[in-house]
Design a protein around this ligand. Structure first.
Ligand SMILES: Nc1ncnc2c1ncn2[C@@H]1O[C@H](COP(=O)(O)OP(=O)(O)O)[C@@H](O)[C@H]1O
Ligand SMILES: [Mg+2]
Length: 377
């Protein structure tokens, strides 16, 4: 029993149903002879191509195909003649008015003829093309921006070094001869240079994270945290902070980047507390399905709900420099690092004075990093 008979059986032997379905299809359906003519074709051919039924009946179908696509179309018809089926073969047809339509064909062999179904994919192809071009443009712009950030911060380092060292020389050579106000000017200039150094270092770190694909390896989180705490020891001592580290697992990450992330989170936890209060900081981690959540929590000044998303944006700081020092780049680096690992970072805090908990979610198996989030958010 062939398909037509089977269909006839299903619809109760009424070929009229089949004929109606055939006529209604928006796709081009046909039985095409190996003699080059269409034997049976539906109305879509007329509406799509603008030729009348009579014209289509006597017109060799290869003449409907765009001249540049005819050779390949002959090859495909040859395959059908060999008894093969074809799928998603795309060629252009030329309408009566000369315009072109891209059709994707499926075809199967028959005895005297072959059966074909063609779908108009002109819009889809145009859209795909547009998307590809946009993605390419984005990649280029992104790359250029990252190169720019790197070069700019790198090239700013050298003149800054000069400014700072000559300020130092001036201070040493003539500091004693200057009056109080001039010494204050000199001190402010040096402070500015130190702050700019911090900004440039942070910007360089940020652009490095952006430019380099993380090379994941098994990391002993405990060892990594100990290293970070040793690095932060002066700040921890200065603030008299109490840092508790819970049992920590091994996880998959790029060790340098993960250390940068923890250094900033623990550094923040030690930093953002009321002046008279001893900060308590806790570092913990727990395994979840398919990954690990690393948490750094504190009992410091907390973060208002309204600011909990925007603190991750570049340069966002909730306090003046006279209250807490910083560049406002640290959390932007953390977010980048989490996203480069296919993970994410977020903060929980009940608001001002309630302490904060920063959670970093790191999946075990690398998933494609999402589109980098705009830093304006
Ligand atoms: N543990 C924390 N407790 C309270 N506020 C925080 C904490 N961590 C970060 N913040 C807020 O988020 C801002 C951005 O943090 P970050 O990007 O690390 O910049 P920086 O530390 O240089 O100020 C901080 O200036 C602060 O307002
Ligand atoms: Mg910080």
């Amino acid at each position: 029993m062939d398909t037509a008979q089977a269909a006839e059986a299903v619809v109760g032997g009424d070929a009229g149903h089949l004929a109606r379905l055939f006529a209604m299809s928006p796709d081009l359906l046909a039985a095409a002879g190996f003699d080059g003519l269409l034997k049976l074709f539906n109305d879509a051919w007329e509406t799509q191509l603008g030729f009348s039924r009579e014209e289509l009946a006597v017109k060799p179908y290869l003449e409907l195909v765009h001249p540049e696509d005819r050779d390949e179309t002959r090859v495909q018809i040859g395959r059908l003649a060999q008894g093969e089926t074809i799928a998603e073969y795309v060629c252009r047809l030329v309408r009566k008015d000369g315009t072109v339509v891209h059709m994707a064909w499926s075809g199967g062999p028959g005895d005297e003829a072959f059966y074909i179904v063609g779908r108009d994919v002109t819009d889809r192809l145009a859209m795909e093309h547009e998307l590809e071009q946009r993605a390419e443009r984005l990649l280029t712009t992104n790359g250029e921006l990252q190169d720019f950030a790197y070069t700019a911060s790198h090239d700013l380092s050298e003149p800054l070094r000069m400014v700072a060292s000559f300020l130092g020389l001036l201070e040493r050579r003539s500091g004693g001869a200057l009056d109080e106000r001039s010494r204050e000017y000199l001190r402010q200039a040096s402070d500015g240079a130190v702050r700019m150094r911090a900004l440039i270092d942070d910007l360089l770190q940020y652009s490095r994270v952006a430019n380099e694909e993380p090379r994941r390896e098994q990391v002993d989180l405990r060892g990594l945290v100990d290293g970070v705490l040793a690095f932060l020891a002066p700040a921890i001592q200065e603030q008299g902070a109490v840092v508790t580290v819970e049992d920590l697992p091994t996880l998959e990450a790029e060790p340098t980047q993960l250390a940068q992330l923890l250094q900033n989170l623990i550094g923040n936890a030690v930093k953002f507390h009321p002046p008279e209060q001893v900060p308590h900081v806790r570092v913990s981690a727990r395994r979840t399905i398919g990954g690990c959540v690393v948490t750094v929590s504190d009992d410091g000044i907390g973060i208002p709900i309204a600011d909990q998303e925007r603190i991750f944006a570049m340069f966002t700081r909730l306090h003046g420099r006279d209250e807490y020092a910083g560049t406002g780049i640290g959390l932007a680096i953390c977010r980048r690092i989490a996203e480069r690992h296919g993970g994410r970072i977020y903060v929980e805090s009940d608001g001002e004075g309630q302490g904060s908990a920063f959670h970093t979610l790191l999946p075990d198996t690398p998933t494609a990093p999402g589109t980098p989030r705009g830093d304006a958010r």
